[in-house]
Design a protein around this ligand. Sequence first.
Ligand SMILES: NC(=O)c1ccc[n+]([C@@H]2O[C@H](COP(=O)([O-])OP(=O)(O)OC[C@H]3O[C@@H](n4cnc5c(N)ncnc54)[C@H](OP(=O)(O)O)[C@@H]3O)[C@@H](O)[C@H]2O)c1
Length: 200
Amino acid sequence: MKIIVIGATGTIGSAVVGALAKRHEVVRVGNKKGDHRVDLASPDSLKKLFRAVAPFDAVICAAGLAKFRPLKELTDEDFELGFSNKLMGQINVVRLGLAQIADYGSFTLTSGVLSQEPMPGSAAISPVNAGIEGFVRAAALEMPRGVRINAVSPPWVKETLVALGMDPSSGMPAASVAKAYAESVEGTKNGLVIDARAFA
Ligand SMILES: NC(=O)c1ccc[n+]([C@@H]2O[C@H](COP(=O)([O-])OP(=O)(O)OC[C@H]3O[C@@H](n4cnc5c(N)ncnc54)[C@H](OP(=O)(O)O)[C@@H]3O)[C@@H](O)[C@H]2O)c1
């Protein structure tokens, strides 16, 4: 398969590339690095990416910005970042990639466990993750030509906790999280939110 990985240079995305590149042709997409560059918040840049790479069999999005900050400190801009980048950006990956994706292809988006298991500081992230999951369940009902769509919901990733200087003991290694993405692309799941913790 020819698989586009948006966020391929990131913590999760690079592990996803590592899991899939031996078996598939992987197109690595980042924001500042990668074979191609894209800004999730810009529909024009997504259109340009899909035009340049088509035809393709699958798109994985392991990118998306949202603000983690106490509720009383969150600004309009903080909320807007998550809505325009992580939520609408991923919805646009599907809307703008749909015309060019192959029959029986697949989209895999990224939410996060904070949709179902919030914590103090997640008030601008939890609704974004829940929105992605709602979109995936609804959009699956209208995918044409056998195209599938799922979201992967990662827990805190071990490498991310290390980078943030937090206790990594509860984190899941990115390589294990990547197995959930591989399952979404290579399996038959459709319209599902795949909890990456099942692949620990
Ligand atoms: N890590 C975790 O613990 C965790 C847990 C749950 C959910 N998630 C979610 O998983 C996704 C990936 O997280 P991560 O930790 O792997 O992120 P990361 O290490 O910060 O990597 C982000 C990736 O996205 C790209 N990117 C940044 N801004 C972008 C933009 N505007 N448009 C398109 N691509 C952009 C980066 O490209 P460049 O390298 O070129 O800048 C990079 O490839 C995020 O949506 C995050 O919310 C992460």
